[in-house]
Design a protein around this ligand. Structure first.
Ligand code: AP5
Length: 222
């Protein structure tokens, strides 16, 4: 029979390169990219009740309450496209209770990718990050500069991308990361995220290829 679609979680500190790697992974594997931060920013942009509340927490670099985040992510995971093509979950779970919610729904990934990046590099990445509101593409003034002046002139910056705010986001990350990692220990691959994005992707590609091979062995088709 046809193999089950891939299910992947990608995690790492703020600005460790999750979104950048997700662009590369979805191009190659066709998985549905589900980013908790993007879903929340869409609520903020829509000025919904949830969005207004979420923004207060995002401004402080704190976790948005589970009442908003858990259902939002679960509903996206259970959409037909995610179920058919497989999914790549980015920025969730960020606490033991969020991980427990996934386990309770029987949602378990095949692979948990942890991007490991040193703190001085994280700050530089945050401060130089820019976004193209038209295409959603992630840029960096130094490491991934825009292709032309037209794109350069329309780039925007995220409201939480200041040196001060990233320190708060990092503190939240450090408070929660160990509890999340312990849930996925047996399926975690740690990737050196300090390198250029193509080199980071090569490590992820190797890990995903390995998972694919294992699944063939286990299903008896190899
Ligand atoms: P979220 O949007 O998830 O932000 P984050 O975790 O802080 O991660 P970022 O999106 O900042 O970074 P990234 O790892 O995707 O890096 P990127 O690829 O852009 O969350 C925002 C907020 O929402 C949270 O603070 C919280 O309040 C709330 N929230 C989200 N999820 C939640 C949850 N589950 N529960 C509760 N609240 C939640 O790269 C960064 C920059 O570096 C870019 O400019 C890029 O071009 C550059 N770059 C990337 N890779 C490389 C490389 N290899 N070399 C050089 N430059 C690189």
């Amino acid at each position: 029979g046809k193999a089950e679609p891939l299910k992947v979680i990608i995690s790492g500190a703020p600005a460790s390169g999750k979104g950048t790697q997700c662009e590369l992974i979805t191009q190659k594997y066709g998985l549905v990219h589900i980013a908790a931060g993007d879903l929340l920013r869409a609520e903020v942009a829509a000025a919904s009740e949830n969005g207004k509340l979420a923004k207060e927490y995002m401004e402080k670099g704190e976790l948005v309450p589970n009442e908003i985040v858990v259902m939002m992510v679960k509903e996206r995971l259970l959409q037909p496209d995610s179920q058919q093509r497989g999914w790549l979950l980015d920025g969730y779970p960020r606490s033991s209770s969020q991980a427990a919610a996934l386990e309770d729904y029987g949602i378990r990934p095949d692979l948990f990718i942890l991007l490991d990046v040193s703190e001085d590099i994280l700050v530089e990445r945050v401060v130089g990050r820019r976004l193209d509101p038209l295409t959603g593409k992630i840029y960096h003034l130094k490491y991934s500069p825009p292709e032309n002046d037209e794109i350069a002139s329309r780039l925007t910056q995220r409201f939480d991308d200041t040196e001060e705010k990233v320190k708060l986001r990092l503190r939240t990350h450090h408070q929660n990361v160990d509890a999340v990692l312990s849930v996925y220990k047996d399926i975690t691959v740690k990737v050196n995220g300090n390198e250029a994005k193509e080199h980071v992707f090569a490590q992820i590609h190797a890990a995903l290829t390995h998972v694919g091979e294992q699944r063939k062995v286990n299903s008896g088709s190899l």
